[in-house]
Design a protein around this ligand. Structure first.
Ligand SMILES: Cc1cc2nc3c(=O)[nH]c(=O)nc-3n(C[C@H](O)[C@H](O)[C@H](O)COP(=O)(O)OP(=O)(O)OC[C@H]3O[C@@H](n4cnc5c(N)ncnc54)[C@H](O)[C@@H]3O)c2cc1C
Length: 408
């Protein structure tokens, strides 16, 4: 545990964010998919319904298995930074669009790739990378959010199967997912959490769409119910009792995806704000010539640059940690840097959306423009995968030491 702020000079030599030819090819495909998706997303957003084109269009761009090994279906074997850059581009299309990928890929598939047995990977990853089976990650419950150790879902070992009981709430892709990573305690115990791969078709499993959300109408959020749900023995994932560690590792991947998507939100806000500021005339000149409007644009651009440096650096560090799994200090460093990236980028994206609504004036109060969609959609980034408060405490405790953990 470091006790002083790391000046990070030695890290500078490792910070090469130049885009390679290979990355450029991937990003061109992602860009093409995003352009194809936009009219469908516009239509679905205004109609307030799920965008059914998400999976088919992203499948064509081979995005559904981008960070998954080529050994599994349409996995592309991309490194963490390339995947983050792809999510940055996707983020321009909206937080809901990116959240679909976070649930399916970053939380679902990446967790299975890291922790499941070879047999489980072969069984679940190929169809997920092809978009035939959609994934989700079920940790949160009605009474367990920031504190996942308080979850109430339980399992019982019934010999040749496990019996799961409990419910999960606010799960991205929750009502459309075919496969869920589910966390549960042994019945009657408060430790020894386990992770399971649970299929929609298993007896006793049901799900329901979350209605009346603040934003993200075009992607799914749902509840999952397990009522004497029969889960085959071979669907226990990872070591028995190691579920909490699996959950935290999934959250690292999920948080980075949130932070990367927020970069795209800020970029889209800047694009919108700059274009509108040149076109809208008030007091005889384009509003972009009014200095207080310029202030909004200058602040957004500065935040974007700072957020990019945090997110890219966190992605590079996570890559190194993923390649050196025995190095716990490296993992802890990556964990904290990802928390910083998520905390900063999600606040910067919310602020950029707010500034852009302000620049648009009353036009920014209509969902027919993009900024108010970003405003309501990106708000969730300060809540899910660890709230602002949990992120900032995690960052502070990395300096103060574990004895200062606020909620122990
Ligand atoms: C659209 C959406 C999608 C989601 N997708 C998923 C998903 O795919 N999978 C999944 O498992 N979950 C998902 N979640 C759940 C999300 O991760 C939780 O909502 C989040 O962790 C916060 O939990 P909570 O809502 O129960 O808030 P609570 O934990 O009840 O927190 C309420 C408030 O108290 C604060 N607080 C709590 N504890 C502390 C503390 N120790 N110190 C200081 N402040 C504290 C919080 O910061 C917050 O401000 C999703 C949520 C939303 C809204």
């Amino acid at each position: 545990m470091k006790t002083i702020v790391d000046t990070g000079f030695e890290d500078l030599s490792r910070m090469n964010f130049e885009i390679s030819e290979e990355q450029k090819l991937v990003l061109d495909e992602v860009d093409r998919a995003c352009r194809e998706l936009r009219p469908f997303e516009d239509e679905a957003y205004l109609a307030g319904r799920f965008n059914e084109h998400l999976a088919p269009i992203f499948k064509k761009a081979q995005l559904l298995g981008l960070p998954i090994s080529r050994r599994f279906g349409e996995g592309q074997g991309a490194d963490v930074l390339t995947y983050a850059l792809a999510l940055e581009r996707v983020g321009k299309e909206g937080t809901g669009v990116r959240t679909f990928l976070s649930g399916h890929v970053s939380l679902g598939q990446v967790t299975i790739q890291k922790w499941a047995s070879e047999e489980q990977k072969q069984r679940y990853l190929p169809s997920a990378t092809r978009g035939e089976k959609i994934m989700c990650f079920g940790l949160t419950e009605p009474t367990a959010g920031s504190d996942p150790t308080s979850l109430r879902t339980t399992f019982e070992d019934k010999g040749n199967y496990f019996l799961l009981n409990g419910s999960k709430a606010w799960i991205s892709n929750g009502s459309i997912a075919d496969v869920a990573v589910i966390f549960a305690y042994p019945k009657g115990k408060r430790d020894g959490m386990c992770a399971f791969i649970v299929e929609k078709g298993f007896e006793g499993y049901s799900s329901q769409q979350q209605k009346h959300k603040l934003g993200m109408p075009t992607s799914d959020t749902g509840s999952i119910f397990m009522d004497n749900c029969h889960v085959p023995k071979e669907n226990l994932m990872g070591q028995p009792g190691k579920g909490l560690g699996i959950a935290y590792s999934g959250l690292m991947s999920g948080r980075l995806s949130v932070a990367a998507g927020c970069l795209g939100v800020i970029e889209d806000c800047i694009d919108e704000a700059v274009a509108y500021s040149k076109q809208r005339i008030q007091h005889g000149k384009p509003i972009g010539k009014h200095q207080l409007v310029q202030r909004h644009i200058g602040d957004m651009a500065t935040s974007l640059e700072a957020a990019k440096n945090l997110v890219y650096k966190a992605a590079v560090l996570k890559q190194r940690s993923d390649s050196n799994t025995a190095d716990r200090d490296l993992r802890d460093d990556a964990d904290v840097l990802i928390a910083k990236a998520k905390y900063f980028a999600s606040n910067a994206s919310f602020e950029a959306a707010d500034r852009t609504v302000q620049i648009f004036g009353s036009s920014g109060y209509s969902f027919e423009t993009r900024a108010p969609r970003h405003l309501v959609d990106t708000r969730v980034c300060r809540i899910y995968e660890g709230t602002d408060e949990i992120m900032v405490q995690k960052i502070a405790v990395s300096l103060l030491g574990q004895d200062y953990e606020a909620y122990r």
